[in-house]
Design a protein around this ligand. Structure first.
Ligand SMILES: *[C@@H]1O[C@H](CO)[C@@H](O)[C@H](O)[C@H]1NC(C)=O
Ligand SMILES: *[C@@H]1O[C@H](CO)[C@@H](O)[C@H](O)[C@H]1NC(C)=O
Ligand SMILES: *[C@@H]1O[C@H](CO)[C@@H](O)[C@H](O)[C@H]1NC(C)=O
Ligand SMILES: *[C@@H]1O[C@H](CO)[C@@H](O)[C@H](O)[C@H]1NC(C)=O
Ligand SMILES: *[C@@H]1O[C@H](CO)[C@@H](O)[C@H](O)[C@H]1NC(C)=O
Ligand SMILES: *[C@@H]1O[C@H](CO)[C@@H](O)[C@H](O)[C@H]1NC(C)=O
Ligand SMILES: *[C@@H]1O[C@H](CO)[C@@H](O)[C@H](O)[C@H]1NC(C)=O
Ligand SMILES: *[C@@H]1O[C@H](CO)[C@@H](O)[C@H](O)[C@H]1NC(C)=O
Ligand SMILES: *[C@@H]1O[C@H](CO)[C@@H](O)[C@H](O)[C@H]1NC(C)=O
Ligand SMILES: *[C@@H]1O[C@H](CO)[C@@H](O)[C@H](O)[C@H]1NC(C)=O
Ligand SMILES: *[C@@H]1O[C@H](CO)[C@@H](O)[C@H](O)[C@H]1NC(C)=O
Length: 700
């Protein structure tokens, strides 16, 4: 009986001991991980030490035998350092820590101990340090995704051990060094993402041996040398992105062998030679970006065979000849960007009828001819940029059918006739630049229906007549440029309602009458108010003194009279002004900029008042050259000057010292000479002191 009781007791104790032993070792490793983490939203709330296994915890999945094989903590707003204890999860095959705020290094223990790891996702964190060499020991690794972190160091050569690696992505990190040529042994690789890192060296030609590659992302690095011809062997490649590197040489014809490619981007390099006609073999090509290179020759007609081409951008090269007429034969083209080349001819009807077009940019070429009415069929067009060419003829009124238009830029051409009223149908228009053409007639009142307009540039044309008074209702307007036309009549007071206006350029017209006081309400006005070279009369309204952000105020060459308002002393931001050639009288107000200026600059300042015979000139300082012995009546200004003087003195002094040190550092001969000279001086000093001391001694 007693023995039985004892046995029961012992058994219970044993059971209790085993229960109190509690959580298994993998669970403990996970708790160690949790301890170091910030968990703002308590996602790991059910990770408790009282459980026996972690198998029911958020993000944890176990094998049937009770081992943790998967840990998925993506997008849980977790922060802090990753604990080396994770190395204890030796059955882990799937680890997803992506989209959190983890920092510090990736614990090496993961790479050493978790030898079954197959999927490792770390993207979008703040992980730093290098990718450990030990990655080469994860022989089962298929996907390594760590873009958007702060990883540094070089790419470990051991990657070449990873025979099963399909996806390796480390875009947007700080990984430097070369692309290891040994990478070709990763025969399963499909996605190689190294974009936006400071990688250097050349693209190894061995890359052509990665026969399964579909995505090669090497953009935004410092890769130099030529594009290897072997790239043409990557017959499954869909996306080839090499933009923004230092690549030179010509585009290999073999690129045309990438028959499954959809996107090829070689832009922003130093590529020379012609555009290979072999591109036309890539039937599925939808995006071809070759802009900002040094390409020559013509745009190959053969590109017209690309029935899936949506986005063709060839701007900023040295391309010549015309636009291939059938480029939009299959009515798919959405973006055609050819600006800043040496292209010529007219815009082919095939393009003007390309209804899928959204962006048409041919800025800065030598295109000529007129724009036909068919442009009105391009109902999806959002941007037309025709600036700086030799286009002529009228602006077709059908432009009003392009209802999606946001930017209409046709500056620097020879467009004639008037601006069509239909422009008022463009309710999405944000930028209209017709500057430097031969446009005539009045500004159509309908323009005020373009409620989204932010920048409006009519300058350097032959527009005439008075401005529509409703111009002041285009409330988003930030820039209004009317300069160098033949506008007449008075300035509409409604302009004063343009509360977002930053710059108002009205110079070089025939505006007459008084300056409306309402212009003083343009509280955002900052860059300039330019009313110069007009026929304005009367007094300057005191309200202009409210333009406290204004930096440039030009009223010169008008017929303004009376006193310059004393409120101009409130123009605290003014840096440049010109009131010359009017009929102002009286004395000058104390404009703040004048106080800040060195009084000797008054000689220049006076040219801002020239040609106002009844205006009292500013008293010139009697002797600018002897400014130092002027009386102290200018105390505040001089104290400001003293301050700037001291600062600039210190700066200059440091620069001199630094350059002296630099010279000594760079030129060993001068350095030697200098130290020899110092030694000489010290020696002579020493003897001087010793001699004098002995002389003093003799005195006592
Ligand atoms: C978690 O972080 C993401 C950004 O990583 C943020 O967008 C989201 O709002 C955060 N969640 C909460 C609930 O604040
Ligand atoms: C990694 O494995 C070794 C032996 O296989 C073991 O001694 C070590 O504790 C493990 N590291 C971690 C962090 O669990
Ligand atoms: C890692 O791989 C290297 C060579 O590839 C090998 O020498 C080493 O023993 C491996 N280490 C482990 C822990 O498997
Ligand atoms: C593609 O990958 C498979 C394994 O996923 C491999 O067997 C095959 O050799 C690879 N093909 C090439 C051309 O490298
Ligand atoms: C690759 O392209 C080159 C030049 O365009 C051509 O001579 C060669 O036959 C192509 N190779 C294959 C396998 O298609
Ligand atoms: C214009 O755009 C719309 C919506 O994006 C699209 O459905 C339509 O097909 C486009 N029109 C043309 C002519 O491509
Ligand atoms: C521009 O076109 C006009 C005809 O419209 C022509 O006379 C002139 O030579 C062209 N200028 C340039 C620079 O091509
Ligand atoms: C319009 O084009 C001219 C050049 O022709 C340029 O100087 C000006 O800044 C442009 N205006 C706007 C608002 O972009
Ligand atoms: C002001 O307008 C005149 C006349 O168009 C022009 O010559 C001058 O350059 C403009 N000045 C500034 C600073 O905008
Ligand atoms: C200029 O102003 C003076 C005095 O204010 C006046 O006498 C004179 O008639 C004005 N001259 C012109 C041309 O308006
Ligand atoms: C003011 O404009 C006149 C031309 O009307 C010019 O001669 C003078 O140099 C300008 N002064 C300043 C300070 O811009």
């Amino acid at each position: 009986m007693l023995v039985e009781l004892l046995l029961v007791l012992i058994a219970t104790v044993l059971v209790m001991v085993s229960v109190s032993e509690g959580l298994n070792s993998e669970g403990k490793r996970l708790l160690e991980l949790k301890q170091g983490l910030g968990d703002e939203f308590n996602f790991l709330g059910n990770w408790k030490s009282t459980d026996e296994t972690p198998c029911g915890w958020t993000g944890v999945t176990c094998t049937s035998t009770g081992y943790v094989w998967s840990l998925d903590l993506n997008s849980k707003n977790l922060s802090g350092l990753l604990s080396p204890s994770m190395g204890g999860l030796i059955h882990l095959t799937y680890l997803d820590l992506s989209h959190n705020e983890f920092k510090g290094e990736i614990p090496k223990q993961i790479f050493v101990n978790c030898s079954l790891l197959t999927f490792l996702y770390l993207e979008d964190n703040q992980l730093g340090g290098p990718i450990p060499d030990k990655i080469g020991n994860l022989s089962l690794l298929e996907e390594f995704v760590a873009y958007d972190n702060t990883l540094t160091g070089v790419l470990p050569r051991t990657i070449s051990n990873l025979q099963k690696l399909r996806i390796f992505r480390v875009e947007n990190n700080a990984i430097f060094g070369n692309i290891p040529a040994g990478i070709f042994t990763c025969q399963s690789l499909q996605f190689l993402g190294l974009g936006n890192n400071p990688l250097g060296g050349e693209i190894p030609k061995e890359i052509g041996m990665l026969g399964n590659l579909t995505d090669l992302m090497l953009y935004k690095n410092g890769l130099a040398g030529q594009i290897p011809v072997e790239i043409g062997n990557l017959k499954f490649l869909k996306r080839l992105s090499l933009f923004t590197n230092d690549l030179d040489g010509s585009i290999p014809k073999e690129t045309g062998n990438l028959t499954l490619a959809k996107e090829i981007d070689f832009s922003q390099n130093y590529l020379t030679g012609e555009i290979p006609i072999e591109f036309s073999k890539i039937k599925g090509l939808s995006l071809l970006h070759l802009f900002q290179n040094q390409l020559t020759g013509v745009i190959p007609n053969e590109l017209s065979r690309l029935r899936n081409l949506l986005d063709l951008q060839l701007s900023q090269n040295y391309l010549t000849g015309p636009i291939p007429p059938n480029l939009c034969r299959y009515s798919k083209l959405i973006r055609l960007v050819l600006g800043n080349n040496k292209l010529c001819g007219s815009i082919p009807t095939g393009i003007i009828n390309c209804r899928s077009l959204q962006v048409l940019s041919v800025t800065g070429n030598s295109f000529s001819g007129s724009i036909s009415a068919e442009i009105g069929n391009l109902v999806n067009l959002t941007k037309i940029k025709l600036g700086n060419n030799n286009f002529s003829g009228p602006i077709p009124l059908e432009i009003g059918n392009c209802k999606q238009l946001q930017k209409l830029i046709i500056d620097g051409n020879h467009f004639t006739s008037k601006l069509p009223n239909e422009i008022g149908k463009l309710s999405q228009l944000m930028l209209l630049n017709v500057s430097s053409n031969l446009l005539t007639g009045q500004i159509p009142t309908e323009i005020v229906n373009c409620k989204m307009l932010q920048r409006l540039d009519f300058s350097h044309n032959a527009f005439a007549g008075s401005l529509p008074n409703e111009l002041g209702t285009i409330s988003q307007l930030e820039l209004l440029k009317l300069s160098e036309n033949r506008f007449s009549g008075s300035i509409p007071p409604s302009l004063g309602s343009l509360s977002r206006l930053i710059e108002l350029q009205m110079g070089g017209n025939r505006f007459s009458g008084k300056i409306p006081p309402e212009l003083g309400f343009l509280s955002s006005l900052q860059v300039a108010l330019n009313l110069s070279y007009n026929y304005l009369t009367g007094n300057v309204p005191a309200e202009l003194g409210k333009l406290s952000s204004l930096e440039v105020l030009l009223l010169n060459n008008n017929y303004l009279s009376g006193e310059i308002p004393s409120t101009f002393q409130d123009l605290l931001s003014l840096m440049e002004f010109n009131f010359s050639y009017n009929n102002f009288s009286g004395s000058l107000p104390a404009i703040p900029i004048l106080k800040k200026m060195n009084s000797c600059n008054l000689i220049d300042v006076n040219s801002a008042y020239l040609g106002n015979p009844f205006l009292e000139p500013l008293p010139l300082p009697e002797a600018c050259s002897s400014a130092s012995d002027r009386p102290s009546s200018l105390e505040p200004e001089t104290s400001v000057d003293m301050k700037t003087f001291k600062v600039s003195f210190l700066v200059t002094y440091s620069i001199i010292l630094l350059s002296f040190a630099a010279v000594l550092y760079i030129n060993p001969y001068w350095r030697q000479a200098w130290f020899y000279y110092i030694e000489l001086s010290i020696n002579s000093c020493y003897y001087f002191v010793v001699d004098n001391l002995s002389y003093l001694k003799t005195l006592y």
